[in-house]
Design a protein around this ligand. Structure first.
Ligand SMILES: [Zn+2]
Length: 162
C-alpha cells in the first residue's frame, strides 16, 4: 500500500519505515512522513529554545551560555549511567564503532588534557595500563604517587635535555 504525506505530498510505502506509528488513527500511521515529522520537531525545538536549554550534550560548546543546563544534563547523564550501566556500556560501544574518527579525536583531546593537567582520571588510566587493578579500586594514594612519578620523570627529562 502507498501512502501520501499530507505535508510534502510525496508518496511512500505505508509502513513504519516511512511513517511514525499513530495508534489513535485507523491506519495506525501518522499523516506526515518521517522526514516531515523530524523537520517539524526540529523547527519547534529551535523556535521554542528547547535545544538551547535541554538538548545540548554535556561537552557541547553551546552550554557555555547556560551552565545551569549543563550541570543538569551532566547530573542526569550520571544518574542514568548509574542506574543502567549495561545499557550505557552497550550504547558507548556502538557509538564508538559508528564514530571511530570522532571518538579517536575525543580520546586524544582528553589524553592531551590529562597530560597537561595530570588529572586523576589520566593517572588512573596510566595505572590501569600496567594491569592487575580495576578502575574503581585504585586508591587515591596511588594516584598521588603516580602524579609525583610523572612530575619526577618530566624534571629528569628537562634536566637532561635542557
Ligand atoms: Zn513528508
Amino acid at each position: 500500500m502507498i501512502k501520501k504525506c499530507t505535508k510534502c505530498k510525496k508518496s511512500y510505502p505505508a509502513t513504519t519505515e516511512y511513517f511514525h506509528k499513530e495508534p489513535r488513527v485507523k491506519s495506525g500511521l501518522a499523516a506526515r512522513c518521517k522526514n516531515c515529522a523530524r523537520k517539524r520537531v526540529s523547527e519547534w525545538a529551535h523556535r521554542t529554545g528547547y535545544y538551547k536549554h535541554y538538548r545540548r550534550p554535556p561537552g557541547s560548546r553551546k552550554y557555555r551560555k547556560c551552565p545551569e543546563a549543563r550541570r543538569r544534563a551532566i547530573e542526569s547523564a550520571k544518574k542514568y549511567k548509574k542506574e543502567n550501566p549495561q545499557k550505557v556500556a552497550l550504547y558507548n560501544k556502538r557509538y564508538a564503532a559508528k564514530n571511530k574518527a570522532l571518538v579517536r579525536k575525543i580520546n586524544e583531546r582528553s589524553k592531551a588534557k590529562g597530560r597537561r593537567e595530570l588529572g586523576d582520571s589520566y593517572m588512573r588510566s596510566l595505572i590501569l595500563g600496567r594491569g592487575g587493578i580495576k578502575w574503581g579500586d585504585i586508591p587515591q594514594e596511588l594516584i598521588e604517587l603516580k602524579r609525583v612519578q610523572i612530575q619526577l620523570h618530566r624534571k629528569i627529562k628537562e634536566a637532561r635535555d635542557g
